[in-house]
Design a protein around this ligand. Structure first.
Ligand code: NAD
Length: 284
């Protein structure tokens, strides 16, 4: 199945990034959010992002216009009907996602594929909110979507081979590299990345080394482009803590216990770059 029209639900950071990634490849996009203001904000973000690519001469003005022409916006779910695949990229909240998915399931033709960009909720569980668990799959894009090459394709318990093949083909058409992952908490990347970041907080709290030296160690010793503590500040310490809590709860294994220092920073409101202070200070 070749996908030519993609619906995207949620025009926030990820939804607008996914819409842009599709549109620059000439794939038609129907981008939905709950309010006109949210849709407009998403579209303005896409336009700004395309402008940056234009400035860097990665695309031409004609390519920018062509990409924008591929994107239709709406606040009405019925506009999604022509899509062969709808990707849910709304707020990370189980209840919100269940509601959206049930609504989409009732509205869309039975053959339409459904995907979710969730970072932490079980694909099998979300699929159960629909009557098409075989045509349901996880597509975990990375932020910022236009720049990041990876898509984790997560197979729920009942995801069919045909669904897996169709979204793998789409991810490849978007210029991304898909990897196939069985439904499991944290998938592959967060399961490995977040415990490493968490360990960096333990190392910091035990006074083994300074934050700067921990980050320099991992950059220079492992060739990582950014140290784990600086990365935590970028991701948001609250997001890091939430993912560790999900891993800890889902696997019931003490190796995933969140570092008390990470908890302390979050309790203090030191959430990273977005609050101006995390491990490091970003005050101007
Ligand atoms: P965001 O808050 O930037 O955007 C979410 C959007 O969903 C908002 O615009 C909101 O108005 C909209 N929304 C909420 N309820 C809706 C509804 N009923 N119908 C339509 N739209 C609705 O969030 P985000 O960072 O873009 O995250 C979206 C999803 O992607 C989440 O599941 C998140 O876990 C996942 N994710 C995020 C990242 C990241 O780095 N931000 C990375 C990978 C995956």
């Amino acid at each position: 199945m070749s996908i030519q029209t993609v619906g995207v639900v949620g025009a926030g950071t990820m939804g607008s990034g996914i819409a842009q990634a599709c549109a620059v490849k000439g794939i038609r996009v129907i981008l939905i959010d709950i309010s006109q203001a949210a849709v407009d904000k998403g579209l303005a973000g896409i336009s700004k992002s395309l402008d940056r690519l234009l400035t860097k001469e990665k695309i031409t003005a004609a390519q920018k216009d062509a990409a924008l022409a591929c994107i239709q916006t709406s606040t009405d779910y019925a506009a999604l009907k022509p899509a062969q695949l709808v990707i849910e990229a709304a707020t990370e909240n189980h209840e919100i996602k269940n509601k959206i998915l049930a609504q989409l399931d009732a509205l869309l033709a039975p053959e339409t594929l459904l995907a979710t960009n969730t970072s932490s909720i079980s694909i099998t569980q979300l699929a159960a909110a629909t009557s098409r668990p075989d045509r349901f799959v996880g597509m975990h894009f990375f932020n910022p979507v236009p720049m990041m090459a990876l898509v984790e394709i997560i197979r729920g318990l009942q995801t069919s081979d045909a669904t897996h093949a169709a979204v793998t083909e789409l991810a490849t058409a978007l210029g991304k590299t898909p990897i196939t992952v069985r439904n499991s908490s944290g998938f592959v990347v967060n399961r490995i990345l977040l415990p490493m970041i968490n360990e960096a907080f333990f190392v910091l709290s035990e006074g083994v080394a300074s934050a700067e030296d921990i980050d320099a160690g991992m950059k220079l010793g492992c060739n990582h482009p950014i140290g784990p503590l600086a990365l935590a500040d970028m991701i948001g310490l609250d997001v890091c803590l939430a993912i560790m809590e999900v891993l800890h709860q889902q696997f019931g294994d003490g190796k995933y216990r969140p570092s008390p220092l990470l908890r302390e920073y979050v309790a203090a409101g030191r959430l990273g770059r977005k609050t101006g202070q995390g491990v490091y200070s970003y005050a101007k």
